[in-house]
Design a protein around this ligand. Structure first.
Ligand SMILES: [Zn+2]
Length: 291
């Protein structure tokens, strides 16, 4: 079992090569030898069943593992009845698409606290998310992991602790750790192997070693201000965090996460950069282990 690497959404190079639709992505990723793809429903779940099933069929054929990014409109701490209903629907529709595609995880943002104090907002998040989990159970939609993401701005819910708190609510909830976001929200931390390792160790302690070993990860270089995340950049740009410590740590400790690269436009090429480094380190490490 190895770590998997792939892009979030469709990169510029995919379109520059003359491709037009996401259904062409699995074959394109197969050619690049990438093994993961996060399909973006971030602006709403609009995909047709037929298309979703075709993406799923082709992904299986090319050995690409699928996840889905749920709509940004999800807001679990809201007090607005209409938004609560919409939030439930975003989850249920994302799950339906995941079933069609054969995606095994859905990544989502919890939303902001609004005017509530953070602790009170989290209580509301847990109530609201508990209702989502109940619906999931009732409709027989378990089997797909729901993954709350660590967020990059101070005014968003989704610190690592808050994410892990949600993950204790069901075996079907697992963390999505965005290291670019952690870097941005902490004003530049998570640049060394030691700092990154604390995340894996915290997850292992709270949720178990297996969850830590198979984390869902987002990675990109991110520019930040005092409020946190400002903008995603590429590996060619002069922003942090560096990708090498994360990849080295995974190769060294035998972690096999799925790492989704969220670079701006170059997300597949940058995923490939991480993958190449991972396998070269893995080879060197395994060779020295058998000597
Ligand atoms: Zn996200």
């Amino acid at each position: 079992m190895y770590a998997q690497f792939g892009p979030a959404g469709n990169p510029d190079a995919f379109y520059e090569a003359g491709n037009k639709a996401s259904v062409q992505m699995p074959a394109w990723l197969g050619e690049m030898m990438l093994t993961a793809y996060e399909y973006q429903c971030s602006r709403g779940v609009n995909i047709k069943e037929e298309t979703a099933r075709e993406i799923g069929r082709r992904s299986a054929e090319h050995g690409v593992k699928l996840s889905i990014h749920a709509p940004y409109f999800i807001s679990l701490a809201t007090e607005d009845e209409q938004i609560i209903t919409n939030t439930q629907n975003h989850f249920l529709k994302s799950l339906e698409v995941a079933l069609w595609m054969g995606a095994d995880r859905i990544v989502f943002h919890m939303g902001g606290p609004g005017k509530q104090e953070r602790g009170a907002a989290m209580e509301r998040v847990k109530r609201s998310f508990g209702n989502v989990l109940e619906q999931v159970e009732k409709r027989g939609l378990t089997g797909i992991f729901l993954c709350p993401e660590t967020m990059g701005k101070q005014n968003q819910l989704g610190s690592l602790a808050e994410v892990m708190e949600l993950c204790t609510m069901s075996e079907w909830v697992r963390p999505a750790v965005d290291f670019g976001h952690l870097h941005a929200v902490t004003g530049g931390k998570f640049v060394t192997k030691q700092e990154i390792e604390t995340v894996f160790d915290a997850v292992a302690e709270k949720l178990g070693a297996e969850v830590a070993k198979n984390l869902h990860i987002h990675f990109s270089r991110i520019e930040f201000t005092k409020g946190g995340e400002k903008r995603h950049w590429t590996f060619a740009d002069n922003f942090g965090p560096p990708h090498e410590p994360l990849v080295e740590l995974c190769a060294l400790r035998g972690f096999t996460p799925r790492i989704i690269c969220e670079s701006a436009g170059t997300q597949a090429n940058d995923a490939k950069v991480m993958q190449d480094l991972y396998f070269s380190l893995k080879q060197a490490h395994d060779a020295s282990a058998t000597m």
